[in-house]
Write a protein that binds this ligand. Sequence first.
Ligand code: FUC
Length: 783
Amino acid sequence: MPRRISRRRFLTETSVAAAALPFTSAILNATPQESLILWYDKPAAEWTEALPVGNGRLGAMVFGSPANEQLQLNEDTLYAGSPYDPNNPEALKALPEGRRLIFERKYKEAHDLVGAKMMANPIKQMPYEPVGDLKLSFEGHDNITNYRRELDLNTAIATVSYKIGPTTFTREVFVSPVDQVIAVKLTADTPHALNFSATFETPQKASVSTDGKNVFVLSGVNGDAFGIKGGLNFEAIAVVVTRGGESVAQNQKVVIRNADSAIILIAIATSYVSYKNTNGNPRAIARNHLVAAGRKTFEQLRTAHVREHQRLFHRVKLNLGRTAAAELPTDQRPAQFLQGLDPHLATLYFQYGRYLLISSSRPGTQPANLQGIWNNLMTPPWESKYTININTEMNYWPVETTNLPECHEPLLRMVSELVENGSRTARVQYGARGWVCHHNTDLWRQTAPIDGPLWGFWPTGGAWLCTHLWHHYEFTGDKQFLARAYPVMKGAAEFFVDTLVEEPRHKWLVTCPSISPENKHPSNVAICAGPTMDTQIIRDLFNQCVRSAEILGTDKEFSAKLTDVTKRLPPMQIGKAGQLQEWLDDWDLEAPERQHRHVSHLYGLFPSNQITARGTPDLFAAAKKSLELRGDVGTGWSLAWKINLWARLRDGDRAYVLLQKALSPVYAKESRGGGGVYRNLFDAHPPFQIDGNFGATSGIVEMLLQSHSGEIELLPALPAALPNGEVRGLRARGGFEIDIDWKNGTLDHVTVHSLTGTSCRIRYRDNIIDVKLRPGATREIRF
Ligand code: FUC
C-alpha cells in the first residue's frame, strides 16, 4: 500500500524550506488548495480555454459562460465504426519482393510496393467521437460582475461564479469515479433567483427527448467512418433536481423556474462491451448509474468523489517555490514562467499532468488517447486514437514514477487485448506466429499498418507497448501481474523470432520492411531495414522476456532462443558526425529533415536504459550529439521527449529550456507555433495533443529522480532555475517511494520508503549509499 503523506508534515517542511527561498512570504501564505488551481477571469471563448474534468470514462469540458453554459461531453468508448478486419492478404505475397527491393537499396520501389500491396484496408482507423453538449441557458445573465472560473486540481472540481446585482450565482462540476455520473450543482444566494433551461445538443445522429418534467435524454448511434458502418448505440440521460421553484419539460428542454438551487446528474453509456462485442444496453447502464447516484445527496456524491481523487492525487507533492506571479490568472502565467518569474507554474503543470492522467485513465476504462478523453470533433486530428510510435507510450511515462500505478491498468489491458487481432495481422500479413501491432490502434484494437508507408509500416508498436508491462513489474514487483503479462510479451517476441531477416552486409538480423518512425532517409522515403529504434525495442522486449521467464521459472528453451537472436541484432552505431545512427547506414546528415520531430533512435536513452552515462559512455556521447543535431524545435510531444532526454543526459538547464518552450503560450501573438500550451494548459502539438502534458510531467521527474540504471539517483539533472524545493512520494524501480529536499542547488536529505523492495543503492553525484529496508520501513538519509 502506498504511504499516505501527512499534510501536516508536508506543510511544516514547506515552511522550513521556505526560509531558504527568495519568495518566503508567498510560500508561507500558500495552502495546498490555493496552490493547485487553474483560474480565469473570463469564460472560455474556445474549446482549448474550457476546463477538463473526467473520471477516466466520462469527460466534460466546462466553458463557464454565464448566459450559455456548455459542458462538452465525452464517453471513452464512443468511437466510430464497429468490429472490422482491415488485414490485407495481398501483403504476404508482396513481402519477399519488398524485402528484396530494400536489400537491393531500391527504396523508392519498395515504398511504392508497400503502399500498393501491404497496407490495411481501410487505410485509416476509427475516430473517437464526442457525445454532444449539455447546454444551459440563463436569460438575462449578461451584465455580470466578479466573474471567476477555476479548476481545483486538489478536488477535481470545476467552479464558475459571478454576480448579477447583489446575487452570487455559482456552478460546480465534477465527474465522479465512484458514482459514474457527471454532477453539476447550480446555486444562487438570493432565494428563487435561479431560472434556466437545460438540454442536450449533439453533432451525432441522435435525438433529444424529455421524460417527465425533469429528465432529458439523448439517444444516438455512432458514426460510420472510412467505409466501416457504425455499430454502437449510446445514451446520455440527465435528471434535474431543484430546491424551491419548479421544473417543466418544454420542446426537448427542461425549464427551471424560481429555484434556490438545482442539481443535474448526467449518466452516459454506449453499447460497447469489448473490442468484439457491441451488445451492451446503454439505456440500462445509464439508468442504473443515475438511480444509484440519485440515492445519495450531492454532498455525499461530492465527498466520495473528492476522497477517491485525493487517494491518488495526494500521493505526490511538489514544491518548487512560489512567487506573486502564481496569483495571476492562469493564462497570464506562461509569459511569467518564460521570464523566470513563476517557478510554481512548473509545479502546477507537473500536477496537472497527474490530474489529467487520473481523470482520463482509471482501472476498467479505455486508455488515454491522443486527447485523453476530451474531444469535441466528429473528425478529430489523427482521429484522436492511439498512435503508438510515441504518443500513447508518452501518455504513460509519468504513471509509475508519479505514483499512479493503478492508472496504468487501461494501457496494460489494451496490450493484452491487442493479441487477438495482432495475431491475425501476424498470420495474414506476415505468415508469422505471435502478434504484431503497427503504429496505431483504436477502440477496436486493430493492428494492421495504416495511413501509408511513410507513417504506418512500422512493426514495432506492439513491442514498445509490451515494455510497459515490464516497467509496471519493475516498479511494483507484482509477480502475479508478471505471470499474466508474460504470455503477451512472449507472443510479441515470437513475431520477431519469425520475421527478423538477415541483412546482406553484416548478416545482422533486422526488421524489414520497417521505418524509423516517420523520418525519411536520403532516398526521400522512410522504408528501410533495421532502423535503430526497432533493434533497441526488440532488444528490450527480448531481455524483458528472458528476465520474466527467469523470475517465473518457465520457458528455458524459448529464453535461450531469444538470447541467441539478441546476439545477432545490429549493435548501436556511431556515425561520421559522432552521432548515434538513426539507421543501419550512416544517413543522418543527409536525411531531408534533419530536425525531424521524432527522435526515435534516442529511445535507447529514454525511455529505455540501453544508453547510460556510466554504462555506455561512448553511446551516451553519441546520443547527446544526435540530440544537438536535432535542435530544440519540435511539436509539443517532441519538446516533451527532449525534456526527458536532456534530463537523462544530466543537463538540467537544457531540460529546463525545453520545459520553457513546452510552456510557451500558443495563444500569445508572438507565438510561432511548434509546441506550447493553450490557455487551459492543454499541450499544443499544435493542435491539442495530451501527450505533451504527460511527457513534461515525466520530464520534471527525470530532473529530480532517475532509477533506470540499477541505482536510485537523486537530483541527476536539477536546473539552476530550481535551486530550492522538495518532492514527496515519487516512485523508483524496485518498489520504493522517495522524498527529496534540496537547498541552494544541493541535496539536503532524502527519505526512502520501501513499498516492496528490500535493498537499493542510492546515488547523489559521486556518493553512493547502499540501503537495506524491510517493506513498509522508512529511512531518512543525509549524504
Ligand atoms: C505521429 C506524429 C504526429 C502526431 C501524430 C498523432 O504521427 O508524427 O506529429 O503526433 O502521431
